[in-house]
Design a binder for this molecule. Structure first.
Ligand SMILES: *Cc1c(COP(=O)(O)O)cnc(C)c1O
Length: 322
């Protein structure tokens, strides 16, 4: 198998320098109630408070910062209906790069509006009859644009790793780190940071139980493809890992765990009630897994990355009312 070189911790450090002053250094919060409930010392890295509401700004801004003059003038293209689209559109606007975002016609109007609001040129497609990757590749080829994928890219992975880097800088070594997992960009970058900054820390990726392709891949040793899973964790409805993220996960991650939709809703309610914070369903994956592992975590220092907070209020209320 021919892999491009994998990013390493030096790339994460370089990304941290590039995003400095543009990405927020998000707060790390603690809660006595959580510590008592888990019998552990828990540190939440709050990427729900990142610019555009999720960690994806880190990877997108890092990747676009590395464009050369030709790439900058031809522009960037991305396909996504979620946080990656907004991250690319916002980063491109800051850097003065034209951005084209390929989104499904039936994406939530609010998300299309947000992406346009950040200055992105939105191209709509029919998700039942058209292939977004093909549309993205065609645009890239016809107009010389650079395609930035949501997770399987060295600069995206390195950028995503800066959240864990900041967490370790702030709280020191940890015994365990829990990280939401979709296509694996965030967990890969986090694992690079953990291996360098806290070598004994156990690193767990957490995906929705209904779509446990990464867990299957991790355990079987090759990338497993699944149908788009039915879950409220819309940021982790990916069908498979990438070759880069899989290689890093296999090497540097200790295990891949899962959480159910009911557990995610429980965490959202807890966060709203006790932490006074809005977490999106996908953002709760790490927290849900840590709660499930309570017995093994007694007395430990535990990091939990909250990956995002983008959920519209009607949906938030409907989920909590169920
Ligand atoms: C994209 C996303 C994830 C999953 O990240 P990957 O890098 O694809 O594993 C998790 N949470 C939120 C909020 C996201 O937007």
């Amino acid at each position: 198998m021919n892999l491009p070189p994998l990013p390493d911790f030096n790339d994460v450090r370089a990304a941290a320098n590039r995003i400095q002053g543009q990405a927020h250094r998000t707060p790390v919060i603690t809660s006595r109630t959580v510590n008592e409930a888990l019998g552990a010392e828990v540190f939440f890295k709050c990427e729900n408070l990142q610019r555009m509401g999720a960690f994806k700004f880190r990877g997108a801004f890092n990747a676009l910062s590395r464009f050369d003059a030709r790439q900058r003038s031809a522009g960037v293209v991305a396909f996504s209906s979620g946080n990656h689209a907004q991250a690319i559109a916002l980063s491109a606007r800051i850097l003065g790069i034209p951005a084209t975002i390929v989104m499904p016609q039936d994406a939530p109007a609010a998300k299309i509006a947000a992406t346009r609001g950040y200055g992105g040129n939105v191209v709509l497609y029919d998700r039942y009859t058209e292939d977004r990757e093909q549309i993205g590749r065609d645009l890239a080829q016809q107009h010389g644009m650079t395609l930035i994928p949501p997770y399987n890219h060295p600069d995206v992975i390195a950028g995503q790793g800066t959240a864990a880097l900041e967490l370790f800088e702030e709280v020191g070594a940890l015994d365990a780190l829990f990280v939401p997992l979709g296509g694996g960009g965030l967990i890969s970058g986090s694992a690079l940071a953990a291996r360098a900054m806290a070598p004994d820390c156990r690193v767990y990726g957490v995906e929705p139980e209904a779509g446990n392709d990464a867990q299957q891949s991790f355990r079987s040793g090759s990338i497993v493809h699944i149908d788009t899973p039915k879950t409220i964790a819309d940021g982790a409805q990916t069908q498979h890992l990438g070759d880069l993220t899989f290689a890093i996960i296999r090497r540097d991650v200790d295990d891949v765990l899962t959480a159910t939709d009911a557990e995610l809703v429980d965490c959202m309610r807890f966060a709203a009630e006790r932490l006074k914070m809005v977490f999106e369903p996908t953002g709760c994956l790490g927290f849900a897994a840590a709660r499930r592992m309570r017995n093994e975590l007694a007395g430990k220092r535990v990091g939990v990355i909250i990956s995002g907070g983008n959920v519209d209020l009607d949906r938030f209320c409907a989920l909590l009312a169920q």
